[in-house]
Design a protein around this ligand. Structure first.
Ligand code: ZN
Length: 260
């Protein structure tokens, strides 16, 4: 605690130092973030559940992603657990929820996590909507998240990552998202946390799948209480098993767009 106090005092003296950097001082509650993987968003389509390819991950490396937030009731629990384990994740945000909780969007960013878009209203699915309506929902989602994060909207999306709700894409919509210079994230495995189960059961399920897959992009929902309650135990188990967390960030000019 004393060292933390010192660090915080140091942070006050050195405003250039970010909180995430300081948080690296005590990662006892989780595996930490082993490395940052820069990817070119142009043409990116990753996640073996729906695409033939995924991220270039080594055995034991996992990317943690959380969809559908932010949610005032549960996202802070997830953020707290991630911070305690020095783990950086990516949050695919729903526009309407970002508009409701702009402070949480800013907090996600301030704590060093990545953000991607997940549409404005989370239709199931965008591919089932008329094309124009689907595009409008995608664009409104971008605007809502950018406004929540930075207070304004620019010509290009601030965060060049997108995930289709329910993975419901179409060739036309994939082309549209690519035209907006956003890479598309699917997933390699998931916790099936849309099904009601206890945090313990969810932990067992996702650890079994992680062991089986060996690596990959893992999908959770930070809107689910059972998941928010499970994350601390998940990070502890990942550390014990020697799993490594990889934080994916966009490479190139797009990275500049994530600055305020
Ligand atoms: Zn979703």
């Amino acid at each position: 605690m004393r060292s933390l106090t010192c660090l915080l005092a140091l942070a006050a003296l050195l405003p250039g130092l970010s909180v995430p950097a300081l948080a690296a001082g005590d990662c006892s509650a989780g595996p930490g973030t082993a490395r940052v993987l820069e990817v070119d968003p142009a043409g990116l389509e990753v996640g073996l559940k729906h695409f033939p390819q995924t991220l270039d991950l080594a055995e034991g490396e996992f990317v943690l992603t959380f969809d559908d937030g932010p949610s005032a009731g549960t996202t802070p629990m997830v953020l707290k657990a991630l911070a305690a384990g020095c783990v950086r994740a990516t949050f695919f945000l729903v526009g309407t929820r970002a508009a409701e909780s702009p402070a949480l969007v800013k907090r996600i960013l301030a704590e060093g996590h990545g953000i991607g878009y997940h549409s404005q209203t989370h239709p199931m699915t965008l591919a089932d909507l008329p094309y124009d309506k689907a595009v409008r929902d995608i664009e409104r989602g971008i605007a809502s998240v950018d406004r929540a994060a930075y207070g304004n909207v620019t010509a290009s999306p601030r965060f060049p990552f997108f995930r289709f709700p329910g993975f419901g894409s179409s060739p036309q919509l994939l082309a549209y998202v690519a035209s907006r210079k956003m890479g598309v994230f699917g997933a390699d495995l998931w916790a099936s946390d849309w099904n009601a189960m206890t945090p313990d059961a969810e932990l067992d399920l996702v650890l079994t799948r992680m062991e089986h897959a060996g690596r990959g992009i893992v999908l959770f929902h930070d809107t689910r209480l059972q998941t928010a309650r499970m994350v601390p135990a998940l990070l502890k188990a990942m550390k014990e098993r020697g799993y490594r967390v990889v934080h994916v960030v966009p490479r190139g000019p797009a990275t500049a767009g994530t600055s305020p």
